[in-house]
Each structure stands twice: as C-alpha cells, then as structure tokens.
Ligand binder design. Sequence first.
Ligand SMILES: [Zn+2]
Length: 384
Amino acid sequence: MNDALSIARDLVRCPSVTPADAGALGVLEKALGAAGFEVHRVTFSEPDAADVDNLYARIGSNTPHLTFAGHTDVVPPGDETAWTHGAFAGEVRDGFLYGRGAVDMKGGIACSVAAALEYLRDNGGKPKGSISFLITGDEEAIAVNGTVKLLQWVAARGEKFDHCVLGEPSNVETLGDCIKVGRRGSQSGTLYVDGIQGHVAYPHRASNPVPDISRLIVALSDEPLDHGSAQFQASNLEFTSVDVGNAAGNVIPGQARAKFNIRFNDLHDQESLRTLVETRLAKAAGNRIKAHIAWEPSNANVFVTKPGAFTDLAVAAIEQVTGRRPELSTSGGTSDARFIASYCPVIEFGLVGQTMHAIDERTPVSDLEKLTRIYRRLLDRYFG
Ligand SMILES: [Zn+2]
C-alpha cells in the first residue's frame, strides 16, 4: 500500500528517536526502490557523536530537478503512559493518525512519497525532469551527521538541485495557511567590560565595570539594528544574562560580562552585523570604558527564497486544494532549510504544527490526503 496514510503509519511504527533509525529509512527505501528510484543509504560519522543513517533517492537524470527534503528522526515521546494512543503504535482514531512524528515530520514525508509515486504511475514511470528525496535521520538533536553532510555528498557526485520542498510542519492553524520562505539568522556573543578590582571602601583605587557594562547594555539595546525589510521583521539584539561572578560584598569586581543573541534579517550578514555592533560599542565606550565582544561561531545565516515562479507555483497548488492563499512567512526558529538554501531555492510546506513535540501528536487523516494532493499538483505544475 503506497497511500500517504499507510506510509505514515509504517514510519510512525519505527521508534526512530535521534539517532536511532529503527527501520524508518528502510520503509522509504522499499517504496521508492520499487518505483524505480536509485536509492542510496549513506552513514555519516563525527567524533563524539553517534553514526547516523541518511537516504538519497533519485529518479530521472534531466532538469529541472525537484528534491523533497525531510527527516525521519523524532524527539522522544516523553511519558508514554500519558499518550491516549501509543506513541509508536500508528493508530488511527476518530479520523486522526496518532503518534510521535505524525506531523513532525513523518506525515509530511509520507505525503511527498505518495504524491511522487502517484505522479510516476500517471506519467509512464518517468518524470520529465528529476525527482529526488533527501532524507536525514539527524535533525532533531545536534544535526551534525545529517542534511549538511548529505548535501555535500550529493554535490560531490556532481548532482545539482533546482528547487527544494522541505516538508516541515509549516502551517500554524490550518492546512494552507503558511509557507515558510526564509528564516532569520542567529548570532550570539558575550560583551566583556574590564575594570580594576579593589576594596569597596577605596573606590578611587579601583574601576567598577558594573555601571559601565550597564551603560553599554542600554546603548546597544536602545538603538534598533534596522526597521525590518520587505520580507522580514526588524532584527533584534537581546541581552540574556549579566554576570560578574562576584560572591563578596566588599569587593569591586575586576570584570563584568553580558551574553546576548541577535536574530537578524536579510539586511545583514554575520560579518556586517558584527561590524555594526562593534562600531556602536566603540562609540558608546569612548576612550574610558575597556570593552570587547567575543562572538560565538554560528552556522545560522539568514536566508530567503524571493517570491517568484517557484513560490507562485506552490501558492497555486495550495490554493487549488485548500481554497486558502498561504502567507509567505519568515517567522519562527531554524530548520535544515538554512543548509539547503546554499544549494537551491527552498520552501517549507507540510502539515499543521500545533501538536508537534507534544503528547498525543496527531494529524487529521484528511490533512494527509490534502497535502498529498497539494504535492501532486505541485509536481504536475513543476514538470508541466
Ligand atoms: Zn521537524
């Protein structure tokens, strides 16, 4: 049985809590292999991390090349006795498929596989271009042996993608309300202010970094980084902790530090952002305050897929099936789309995210059917 519900149930029944595969990729290998896909199973390793299985499957050798990306790993079920139906039983009750991964994102993968198989069946077993699946088992945890390496592995074979659909649960309330077309970047750092340690009774012999770091925190927090762009809300710098590590009540501390995180839009990249903040810091500190920032390494750069032919195609397919015109959104946290965006334009569209990572994660079976029809319409239009 190759309908979305059967594939989703088979996947949910594999308890593939990261980094375990528990047979999940085998379910896809079997279904895709039988339809003529060339299927590769690739295991990646990293010191001090578990080995993780990944899958890349492709049919066709021509362009355009559309890839469906996703992850078969899931977060732990939590207290399994709290589930109304078993977390890995794949039960259907009252029109809902229950189970960990039902929406995030085994259900989404099942719909894309079902849609591709249906498309091939109706088109003589061959796409006009190429269809592929880029599926990792390492997304929910540290994500070092997953999509990043799989993308490099595919590129090393000389293969290129033209477009990608990542089936993460992008919808907020109802199927069809939201396509994610980008994410803000993230950059963390620590602000240090050096003073001179001394006795509180003799402040003239010391230099207290506490009032000085307070001034700098206010200066850096008060001035907006920008006022938003066409597709993004304004960037934001947020201080998250202030610390002097001083246990004594009669000592002026020698150093103060404050941690912060910046969520930034497409008006910046990491380098220009660091320069902007450091320039403002130098101005606020003047010649008197000794301050510097230690930046943390970050691979979360901003990305956006500009509205155009590809997003129009997705919007039309969604509207045709659901009657809703989805918003093109750049809100929310990060996903593997940030890695894919370096290779080709990527959009995220999947099921409704409401119950993801929760007890009783579930999706209406009717949403699985509709999402399959949306992906199918998208394939028809893409290769049409
Ligand atoms: Zn996910």
